[in-house]
Design a protein around this ligand. Sequence first.
Ligand code: ADP
Ligand code: MG
Length: 213
Amino acid sequence: MRVKVPYDRVVRWVETFAATIAENKEYLTDLDSAIGDADHGINMDRGMRAALAKLDGQPPGDVGAMLKAVGMALVSSVGGAGGPLYGTLFLQLGTATAGKSEIDADDWLAALTAAVVGVQARGKAEPNDKTMVDALLPARDALEEAIAEGESFPDALRRSAQAAEQGMKATIPLVARKGRASYLGERSAGHQDPGATSSYLLLKTAADTWSDG
Ligand code: ADP
Ligand code: MG
């Protein structure tokens, strides 16, 4: 099992996430139609397509510069709440990994921590507000715990993705307190949050692309 994820494999994660978003475009949009304005899949797909186009012209080798380019593409191509929040997430991942040609478990923990802090600073969502934070924060915490327990990077990534999945499912009964879904009040309960779902896919694809030999 590799201990460090080299630049090319981080790029492959971004590409796999973009492909997974494209595959789940309708699903994410359906989730958003229940408690929002039916555009989350469309937004994320547009943003990740713009990100991939930007990566084409990117000088290779610097993980941080590449992730920042993804963030800037998301910010400039996607409106609404999701674009700026995912843009912030990737910009923070990129700032935390600036100048690195590969990342290890501690680098990823630092990056994911910065990303969650950034998303919360921007969107002001707390846990259980029924947002992407409900997938991201448990994923970050599980990663930290797994690393502290001495688990390998691949195993820590899997635990992180599992925590994101649980956090995503746990949004179903919640009443939204942030974003468009909060306009529905109690009627937002009983539906899975679209942003928590795309955030689970983000961490699941990281575990999948960085874990196999
Ligand atoms: P919009 O709500 O503008 O249509 P999207 O549909 O792309 O944008 O994204 C909706 C998702 O954004 C929600 O499911 C939620 O997870 C996330 N979200 C909305 N507002 C916030 C916030 N203030 N903080 C964190 N996440 C948020
Ligand atoms: Mg929406």
